[in-house]
Design a binder for this molecule. Structure first.
Ligand code: AMP
Length: 605
């Protein structure tokens, strides 16, 4: 009942279903909660809160079940991972644990999942089809070049698989045997997607995408960072790829037989003309707009460019020649949440409509500025007190313009779980609210009493870049709170690329110092007070790193267990390996030359 079936090729039926789901959001949410609770009321976890006698299980749950962080449920997940029966959390057997990009104690968090969840995800993906078809005509006349990757999975002591959510999905029967529909026709063969060696997989997927270039109508990957990594790979390997197209063979380092055979069958013999055409495009003077030239029928690029991915928009625009960037979905290892039902909108206007049948959603109001709970008493933001629990609202009761932290109760064993994302309500579609993704909870940088969020940092960096950076593209950045000297100071690592070539950037001292100052001027009141009045923070520093540094950082992360699909550049690094990688590649250091402006507000605490 909660996973409606319909034909994704029937755009009208799909759009009607979306109308029905959003119009009945409230009733559906109540049904979802009722189903989850009645199904799981005998689990050890719920039994400890829901003591039998109450007649209304939903009210009982809301009064008694705590709002939890991962650390609170970790012991249960650990027990399941070690071999305890999964019915301590979920009546439906937990069939796998999904490794999140969020970590706990340095290791990925593990999210429970069930067989039914794969159907729920399939339903979710199918809902994208009518939405895209509504806005873009003729998608059935060609293919998508989607770069999709898997990662090796591990077995827990109990024998359960632990793997990233997309690995689980791409390996599922639901994906492999996906029925033909307009959205499912992609250039990458399953066997290339399912190759665990990401380099071989990338090479073959790009090769297949190039060979079928005249059919490609859309390009994509999950996150913008992964897509740009593919573009970089393409730039580095085009000669080899063209040589393969020319001769109809596959490079000898592609040893995975699935990859090799599937690519060979798509190559289907030598094609001198195509190889020459593609090579000429790469040998042209500028790479600006190269994607549009290689795949001339492309209508849009489907990559997530919201949240921390927004910083890639300029680079994507550079390579794509201004094709629409489409962020279609908001999803996580815990649950797939919502769709962007206005997919051709500008990246800055993207909102996601949560689908009310995916999970039971609740919202903890947070402060507009600090994104911490608007609270009555001072205490750790990691605990949700009973008073705050009263202020948690249902999906349909959120208010436009307000910020909330998302709390979910899933069909697979998470109850009132804090996802850690901060969302802002931008509007409603029927009764279902729409949210822009603001950031992941918590602050990225702090030296003194200052608290700089990812969003604050991104705004300041964007401002500095726009106002001062000339002839250079900021392709990647991260930050570090350097407290090795007193006072500590913010360090930004910037990877800069000349707009029109790949030479090392020429760094103008004055320009870079202006960037440092602009960042500081844009940071918040408390930061500037610390710098200007308290002098508790030292001059902000920009360390420019050589081209390719952030690729090395990603490789490092992947070697430590991150997945290629889910990898997101951390907006802040702590000490350790990541910092070493950055610091060993510094090609220029610049500091602010003046303290930022700061005026006391009436009552300064
Ligand atoms: P993971 O659990 O590793 O799959 O990561 C899920 C997290 O990625 C979410 O909780 C968000 O913080 C982030 N994320 C997923 N989709 C989006 C999106 N469309 N825009 C911004 N951030 C997203």
């Amino acid at each position: 009942m909660m996973i409606p079936s319909y034909d994704p090729n029937d755009t009208e039926a799909g759009l009607q279903l979306l109308e029905d789901l959003t119009t009945n959001a409230d009733a559906i949410q109540q049904q979802v909660l009722h189903q989850i609770l009645s199904q799981n009321s005998e689990t050890e976890y719920l039994r400890s809160f829901l003591d039998g006698e109450s007649c209304n299980i939903q009210e009982n749950f809301k009064n008694k079940a705590p709002v939890v962080n991962y650390e609170d449920i970790k012991p249960f997940i650990q027990r399941i991972s070690d071999g305890d029966s999964s019915d301590i959390l979920s009546a439906q057997p937990i069939t796998e644990l999904l490794t999140s990009s969020g970590t706990s104690g340095g290791k990925p968090k593990l999210m429970p999942s069930t067989a039914e969840e794969l159907d729920r995800k399939t339903f979710f993906y199918n809902m994208l089809v009518p939405v895209m078809n509504k806005f873009v005509n003729g998608l059935d006349e060609g293919k998508g070049m989607y770069l999709l990757f898997i990662k090796p999975e591990i077995k827990t002591p109990s024998g359960l698989k632990a793997r990233p959510v997309l690995t689980s999905y791409y390996k599922s029967e639901q994906f492999k045997n996906r029925p033909f529909n307009k959205y499912n026709v992609i250039t990458s063969p399953n066997d290339a997607i399912l190759c665990e060696d990401s380099q071989q997989s990338m090479y073959c997927q790009l090769l297949c995408g190039l060979v079928q270039r005249s059919h490609v109508l859309r390009l994509g990957a999950i996150f913008a960072s992964a897509f740009l990594r593919a573009v970089k790979f393409l730039e580095n390997h085009f000669t080899e790829l063209c040589a393969d197209i020319r001769t109809g063979t596959v490079a000898s380092w592609i040893t995975d037989s699935g990859c090799r055979d599937s690519a060979l069958s798509i190559l289907n013999g030598p094609n001198q003309e195509l190889a020459d055409e593609i090579e000429a495009l790469f040998n042209a003077k500028s790479r600006e707009g190269i994607l549009k030239r290689i795949w001339p029928k492309t209508k849009y690029i489907e990559v997530i460019v919201t949240g921390s991915m927004a910083q890639y928009i300029p680079t994507l625009e550079f390579y794509s020649g201004g094709l629409p960037l489409v962020s279609v979905m908001y999803a996580s290892s815990e649950c797939f949440f919502g769709l962007n039902i206005n997919p051709l909108c500008k990246p800055s206007n993207v909102s996601y409509t949560l689908l009310p049948n995916m999970a039971y959603f609740e919202f903890l109001p947070v402060d507009d500025k600090s994104h911490e709970e608007t609270q009555l008493e001072s205490r750790s933001t990691d605990d949700v007190s009973l008073t705050d629990k009263d202020r948690i609202v249902d999906l349909v009761s959120v208010e436009i313009g307000r910020y909330y932290e998302l709390i979910i109760t899933t069909f697979a064993g998470l109850y009132r779980y804090r996802v850690g994302d901060i969302l802002k309500v931008t509007g409603f579609h029927n009764k279902a609210p729409q949210f822009s993704f603001v950031e992941r909870r918590n602050v990225v940088l702090s030296i003194d009493t200052d608290k700089t969020s990812e969003e604050d940092l991104m705004k300041a960096v964007t401002q500095a870049k726009l106002n001062h950076l000339q002839g250079l593209l900021l392709t990647e950045y991260t930050s570090y709170a350097d407290t090795s000297s007193i006072p500590g100071h913010y360090v930004l690592f910037w990877e800069l690329k000349p707009r029109y070539d790949n030479d090392p950037p020429k760094l103008d001292k004055k320009m870079m110092e202006d960037c440092c100052s602009e960042v500081e001027d844009c940071l918040d009141y408390v930061y500037r007070r610390c710098r200007n009045k308290d002098r508790s923070i030292g001059a902000l520093e920009i360390r420019v790193v050589s081209l390719g540094t952030f690729d090395a950082l990603m490789d490092f992360s992947i070697s430590q267990g991150s997945s290629v699909n889910q990898y997101k550049t951390p907006r802040c690094v702590k000490s350790g390996g990541a910092l070493q990688i950055l610091d060993s590649r510094v090609i220029g250091r610049f500091f602010t030359k003046r303290v930022p402006q700061w005026e006391p507000l009436g009552l300064d605490s």
